[in-house]
Design a protein around this ligand. Sequence first.
Ligand code: ZN
Length: 360
Amino acid sequence: MKNLLIASALALVALAACAPAATPAPTATPKPTEVPKPTQAPPIATAVPPTVAPTATKVPPTPTPVPPTATAVPKVAKPLNLSASTVFVRDALVNVTQGIQGITINGIVPLGADPHEYEPTPKDVKAVSDSQAVFINGAGFEEEWLGKLIKNAGGSRPIVDLSEGVKLNKIDAQFQSEFDNDPHYWQDPERWQQAVNNAAKGVVALVSASDPSIAEAVKKNAEAYIAKIKETDAMIKTEVAKIPADKRVLVTTHDAFGYYAQRYGFKVVGTVIPGPSTASGAATPRNIKALVDTIKPLGVKAIFIEEGVNPKLTEAVAKEAGIGVIEKLYLDTLSDDKGPAATYLDMLKHNTMTVVGALK
Ligand SMILES: [Zn+2]
């Protein structure tokens, strides 16, 4: 403090020394000095602020844009090709790898197709053989066609099973020759959070050794996306609360809505195609009559058809049971970008609004 005061005092003395020195000289010749003085003073006055101003404005903007660009667009050291069995697995991978360059995600079952009865193409074989790993829904969902696809793609590929650690529901004993567990767990957003975490872990395992920054970006993406899933889950609870408890009954085309029903307090009173696979087939006239007999006395208000599954049988059941409202749900697939269920979260919202709209 003292030193500062001394320094300031010295500066003042120096200024004072300069000033009188400058003044006496002009005083001798008043007119010419008056002219140079103003001209000299303004340049200094204007020169100082501009130099200060640009530096002040330049400094903050420069550092701000640079770090976001650096963290928002991380790039994998080596290009990474990932195969995703279903549209939902693909959606999870897209979300956890968002903003990272050099990762290609190849979806196997195309949009709108029925994953229960998928026939892999030669293009799938090529894509899988070019992939560092195949991410699957698991729970037996791809059992019908995945083994053959991997065999054709070279024999063995690293598999990341998104159902690992997910609590699955056993299915009705009569269908256990096809599945032991109900594979449609993506319809429960709480269970799907585990799947998203598994997808993120699978990607991290592929990149972490070579690039820890990518692993960090994947973890952050997964956290942000899971927060969105939780928000959607809360929104669904609020919406479903608008349906009186005794009206929360569902009839769907195939049994793919069990986890959703369980989470939000619905009862699936019947399905047009019996069982958890669209390939279960046996929608016999007898089954249909039994279904109609079941749902008629319950006063079921709506019956749901499914994107990707032929609606004819479901329409027949609705007609037979005298139910006028037929609404479309996305259970095993998503819509294209222009449709109402282009992403997993959009699908949850669309299905909820459809069900609530029909039953409340
Ligand atoms: Zn299904």
